[in-house]
Design a protein around this ligand. Structure first.
Ligand code: NAP
Length: 327
């Protein structure tokens, strides 16, 4: 297992972060709690110590399942959870980074995670109205109170990155969607590294599963699978065709190393951002083991070039906000 020190912190994490969105149990087809628990135990056995979740994933269910799976091992791992996507019963969803909501959301996450502290507390999306100074000030208060150890950003656009410049050196991570089939936030990722001096994390590292190579043009998803919705562009129309072209070349490269397409897609991210950590959503121990097989080897320069070329030809460039996708 490869490990990395997160910037501006004393945290050492595995270069794979287990993504907890499927653990919410909502919108990922048929899933079973015992499979997630088994995957968490397997992760711990294999040296994975970094877990990503959010208060919105299954409206808190993901945090509860993570806590159940970790049990007494909680102290040994780094938990990253997020706040800011506020679901109001019958009133829809809004983004709220106000200090008052942060306090409430943090107490709820601590309770669900059955822990006294959160290692990295993440601003899920910026609400475009709370001045970053206000939430940073509140995050610092919670840090001093011992309820969080560090804090991070997520889906940060250039305007919020600019406003966060006075706080360079305070955030430890920033996560953006990035994969061979989604490069629309690449410039922002590089800004977070070069200017904000944080460790970059990627979500959607498998393009929600398309880069595993197991889907084709005839694939259909059930209603309880978010990927049936058009907003999950990776599985629809021209974008799906582009993605299948990427998968074709990915399969060739993967065969050179006797690895799966999924592991190779993850390795591509690790080699492109040697200072970064991919987050991958996991449904069971088999997927977990496969993703861990992306560790401790490298793609050759010519393979990086080949994948880079096909990826740039097919990756999306639109900049719509994806937050409606993931609750
Ligand atoms: N900050 C944010 O705003 C944000 C947004 C979204 C997600 N995230 C985080 O990032 C994580 C991952 O991103 P994502 O949810 O967009 O999905 P992703 O990691 O691109 O894809 C995950 C899906 O790929 C499939 N898969 C995983 N490993 C596999 C393997 N080894 N072989 C074959 N298939 C495999 C699984 O679905 P199937 O088996 O059903 O195909 C899994 O649910 C989330 O869980 C969450 O923690 C953060």
């Amino acid at each position: 297992m490869e490990y990395i020190n997160l910037k501006n912190s004393d945290l050492t994490v595995s270069r794979f972060c287990m993504g907890g969105c499927p653990m919410g149990g909502y919108g990922w087809g048929e899933v079973h709690e015992e499979d997630f628990i088994d995957a968490i135990h397997t992760a711990l056995d294999l040296g994975v110590n970094f877990f990503d979740t959010a208060d919105t994933y299954g409206l808190g269910q993901s945090e509860k399942t993570l806590s159940k799976g970790l049990g007494a091992e909680r102290q040994k791992v780094i938990i990253q959870t997020k706040f800011g996507v506020r679901v109001q019963k019958g009133k829809g969803t809004l983004i709220d980074n106000s200090p008052a909501y942060l306090q409430k959301a943090l107490e709820n996450s601590l309770r669900r995670l059955n822990t006294d502290y959160i290692d990295i507390y993440v601003v899920h999306y910026w609400d475009q109205k709370t001045p970053p100074a206000d939430f940073v000030n509140e995050l610092e208060k919670q840090k001093h109170a011992g309820k969080i150890r560090y804090y991070g950003l997520s889906n940060a656009r250039p305007e919020v990155l600019a406003l966060c410049r006075p706080f360079i050196g305070q955030f430890v991570t920033c996560q953006h969607e990035f994969s061979l089939c989604c490069r629309q936030w690449e410039a922002e990722i590089r800004q977070t590294v070069d200017i904000m001096d944080v460790t970059p994390l990627t979500w959607g590292s498998l393009g929600q599963g398309i880069l595993s190579g197991k889907y084709d043009e005839n694939t259909t998803f059930g209603e309880n699978d978010r990927r049936s919705r058009q907003i999950y562009t990776n599985f629809h129309g021209e974008k799906l065709k582009d993605n299948l072209r990427i998968v074709k070349e990915l399969r060739e490269v993967a065969a050179n190393h006797e690895k799966s397409c999924a592991a190779t897609a993850v390795r591509f991210i690790m080699d492109l951002f040697p200072m970064g950590v991919p987050i991958v959503g996991i449904k069971n121990a088999k997927q977990l083991r496969d993703i861990v097989s992306a560790q401790d080897w490298h793609l050759a320069l010519r393979e990086m070039t080949q994948l880079n070329r096909i990826s740039h030809a097919g990756a999306s460039t639109s900049k719509e906000m994806p937050w409606q996708k993931e609750i």
